[in-house]
Design a protein around this ligand. Structure first.
Ligand SMILES: Nc1ncnc2c1ncn2[C@@H]1O[C@H](COP(=O)(O)OP(=O)(O)OP(=O)(O)O)[C@@H](O)[C@H]1O
Length: 227
């Protein structure tokens, strides 16, 4: 279970202060699936970044099974990110110097905290990789560079990279924004079935009604914390 209390993130804009996120209270039980909705600028990405430990909140608390995330030092935050979090970025964050296969393998290495020689040769890894490649229909893209792929293909690779390490918390920022309906369904089918099988929690920031319909819970953010 993750519990949020009085979470705030603010940014300075000249003399003004922008409230990027104000979330008085939320609880996410393990294994539940959430659509994070709200108007543009209401803090959906900011909430996911705080939960991933990519940015620090300015106030409030995030309590997790591993401890109080908002009190973690940098080392603890790094472990949290690399072991527990599967993050699907709005702009994918694939590395173009690496092939598709290497990008996905990197997701698994990161979860171990360091490079483990030969890990990608283990039966367990190969089975998992094959399952993800087939479900995402990216088997024939393995040796390509991300820049040679369409946006939809890049998105499916980003999903495979996030799930290969078997995270307990999957955070997806507009994961279907660049996809047609068939591919949107494929991505959401994989994300939701992974979370059911692994009892992982899923938070999906989205404006898309189809994506929202896959999640049994909804959390609505308001701009600047005002209704
Ligand atoms: N690094 C930053 N510096 C300054 N302001 C920021 C920064 N990151 C976010 N903001 C501001 O915080 C607010 C919330 O941003 P955020 O990206 O979380 O909203 P969002 O709900 O995800 O929006 P969208 O639906 O458009 O993706 C916005 O007003 C944004 O401009």
């Amino acid at each position: 279970m993750i519990t949020i209390q009085g979470l705030e993130k603010r940014y300075k804009d000249g003399d003004q202060e922008i409230v990027a996120l104000h979330l008085p209270y939320a609880e996410f039980d393990r294994g539940t699936q959430w659509a994070v909705v709200g108007p543009s600028g209401s803090g959906k990405s900011t909430l996911l970044h705080c939960l991933a430990g990519i940015i620090r909140a300015d106030g409030g608390q995030i309590k997790t099974g591993e401890g109080i995330l908002t009190d973690f030092d940098e080392d603890a935050l790094q472990s949290w990110r690399s072991i527990e979090i599967g993050y699907i970025f709005q702009d994918f964050n694939l590395i173009d110097a690496l092939t598709v296969k290497e990008n996905i393998e990197l997701g698994a290495y990161l979860s171990l905290g360091h490079y483990v020689s030969g890990y990608n040769k283990t039966e367990q890894f190969q089975e998992r990789l094959q399952h993800l490649l087939e479900t995402m229909d990216i088997v024939n893209l393995l040796n390509k560079r991300p820049s040679a792929l369409s946006r939809g293909e890049q998105q499916r690779v980003a999903v495979a990279r996030a799930l290969i390490k078997e995270p307990s918390l999957v955070l997806a920022d507009e994961p279907t924004a660049s996809l047609d309906e068939e591919n949107s369904r494929r991505v959401m089918d994989l994300l939701t079935s992974y979370c059911k099988q692994s009892n992982a929690t899923l938070l999906v920031a989205t404006h898309d009604p189809l994506t929202k319909s896959y999640c049994s819970n909804v959390i609505t953010l308001t701009k600047g914390g005002h209704a």
